[in-house]
Structure formats: structure tokens, C-alpha cells
Design a protein. Structure first.
Length: 311
């Protein structure tokens, strides 16, 4: 009688084949997925290329070479570096250096305001400050507007009319700053203090223009509750923070810098360092450059070699 074969109960040495087969299967699946997502859709890529070309060099550059029009203008579109339809012979935008006459005229205006409104200054309804760069006429909002409103009271007409008579006919740029206290407001007309302060500044600008100040010289900006000049912990401080400032700048450079920070948040020395360059001659702030393809590019003007040698 044959003997039965004894079953080997020891560990098997071929189990690694199963793990290896699973690994190869997963690796194959991985490369299949990578190949699928790496396939380039040429049509979408073409549309993307044309879109980017339209942004940076004009909408027509991605399709065909731009051709100058018969009237001497460039129709290169509205790209980042190229302007819209512009003429090559457009006048240069220049920023001239201020002279002593401008500073003296600003000081004379401050003295005139202080003399004409001496009684209101003593009452605390008006505060006049200034330096060689700008003049600030601070008006109390409670004297000009009702509580929570931006429609000027009757007293505001006579006051702003008198201020307008001193400002009109001059060349100084003007911007009006509106401020509030930290008390929240939420109405249909003014959802926040941003709208209230901006509306009050705009109302003052509108009245100054109505009384004769050139509108192109003016701008309005609202700072809401976020630039307090006094402490909001007391009722008196809150009353003083509800204010409107008429800021008369020496020139356009000063107006741009001061309005960016707020006239009560920046010093005259700080503003001077932003654009001070006494050795630099007058030069255009923006210049136009015509490319070989006929496009017109706008860029910040750079001094030529002769100016660099003089410096």
C-alpha cells in the first residue's frame, strides 16, 4: 500500500509574486492616468495664447500684425502696455517744479482765511492749519450737516460761499476729506460711515463748484471713522472727529501724495521726500514710444543721457 504524501506545513516562499503583481498593476494604472491628463488640447491652447496676446499687446496682435490707420493713430486695442486709440502727437504731461511764488501764495491764502473767519475760529467751528505744501481748513460737521445726514444746512451755504470766493480763480488743486466718529451707522442712504463721510465731502465739493470754484481743480474723498484726529472715548472727541477738511495743495504733486494718506496722517517732510529732487529738470511724467510694428507704448519717462551727465 503506497504511503500518503505528507503535506508541507512550512512557510511559502512565492507569496511575493502576488504583491509584485499588485504593484505592477497599480503602476500601469498610474502611467495610464498620467498619459491621459498630459494630452494637450491644441484648440484650447490656441485660445489661451490669443487671449494673453490681447491683454499684453492689444487684441489684434495675436491674430495679425497691426497696421497704422490713415489718421496717424494706433488701433492696437486696450492692452496693458499699449493704449487704446491714441495719437502719436498727443501733448506731453509735464510736472513742473514749484517755485517760491506758489509757496508765498499759499501762505497769503492762509492769512486771508484766518482774518476773514477769526470769529468762527475762536468759536471752534473752523480750524486752519498749514505749511509750505498745503493749507487745511477744518470744518465741524455739526455746523454744516444735520446728525447722520449729508444735506448741508443753511449755515453751510454762506460759509462755503465765503470760502469759495477766496479759492476761485486760483490754480491750487483742492480735495475735500470727510471724516466721522466711531459710532456705527446703518441706514438705506448710508450703510456705513464710508458712505456718510464720502457724501459729506462730495456735498462740500458740489457747493464750492456752485459758488464758482473750478470743478476740474477739486476732488472728494471719504475716510470714514478710520483716521480719528481726536479720542473717541469722550463725546467731545467724537464731536471733533465729525469733520470735513478743505485741503488746498501747492501743486498737483502735493495733492496726489497728501490725498493718498490723508492730510492729518502725513507730515510736510514726509511728503517732500516723496518727490523731492532739486537737481532734476522738468520732464514729462509719461512718454509715448512708437515700436517698430507701429504700436504706441506708454511708459514712465526716463531722463536722457544729457540729464544724467548733468546730475
Amino acid at each position: 500500500m503506497p504511503r500518503r504524501q505528507q503535506i508541507d506545513s512550512g512557510p511559502r516562499n512565492d507569496r511575493w509574486v502576488i504583491s509584485y503583481a499588485d504593484f505592477i498593476t497599480l503602476l500601469f494604472a498610474f502611467f495610464v492616468v498620467m498619459y491621459a491628463i498630459s494630452s494637450v488640447n491644441e484648440e484650447k491652447y490656441k485660445h489661451l495664447t490669443e487671449a494673453l496676446s490681447g491683454v499684453f499687446v492689444g487684441v489684434d496682435q495675436g491674430k495679425k500684425e497691426n497696421q497704422p490707420s490713415t489718421d496717424g493713430s494706433s488701433n492696437s486695442g486696450f492692452g496693458v502696455f499699449t493704449g487704446g486709440k491714441t495719437t502719436v502727437d498727443a501733448p506731453e504731461i509735464t510736472i513742473s517744479r514749484p517755485d517760491q511764488k506758489e509757496t508765498d501764495a499759499l501762505k497769503a491764502l492762509r492769512e486771508e482765511v484766518e482774518v476773514n473767519f477769526a470769529s468762527l475760529i475762536d468759536e471752534g467751528q473752523i480750524k486752519v492749519t498749514g505749511n509750505d505744501l498745503w493749507l487745511s481748513i477744518e470744518l465741524r460737521s455739526n455746523y454744516l450737516f444735520p446728525s447722520g445726514g449729508a444735506l448741508p444746512d443753511a449755515a453751510a451755504d454762506s460759509l462755503l460761499d465765503a470760502i469759495a470766493q477766496m479759492l476761485k480763480g486760483k490754480q491750487n488743486p483742492i480735495h475735500v476729506e470727510g471724516f466721522t466718529d466711531n459710532q456705527k451707522i446703518s441706514t438705506d442712504a448710508f450703510p456705513s460711515n464710508w458712505e456718510l463721510s464720502s457724501a459729506r465731502a462730495a456735498a462740500v465739493v458740489r457747493l464750492l463748484a456752485y459758488f464758482g470754484v473750478e470743478p476740474e481743480r477739486m476732488a472728494a474723498v471719504g475716510y470714514g471713522e478710520y483716521q480719528p484726529a481726536y479720542s473717541n472715548r469722550t463725546r467731545e472727541g467724537q464731536r471733533l472727529n465729525r469733520r470735513v477738511l478743505i485741503v488746498v495743495s501747492r501743486d498737483e504733486k502735493v495733492r496726489r501724495t497728501v490725498s493718498s494718506f490723508g492730510s492729518q496722517q502725513v507730515s510736510a517732510d514726509a511728503v517732500s521726500t516723496v518727490f523731492a529732487n532739486p537737481d532734476k529738470k522738468e520732464m514729462p511724467a509719461i512718454e509715448q514710444v512708437e515700436t517698430d510694428g507701429g504700436d504706441v507704448l506708454f511708459r514712465q519717462a526716463e531722463p536722457d543721457a544729457s540729464q544724467q551727465e548733468e546730475r
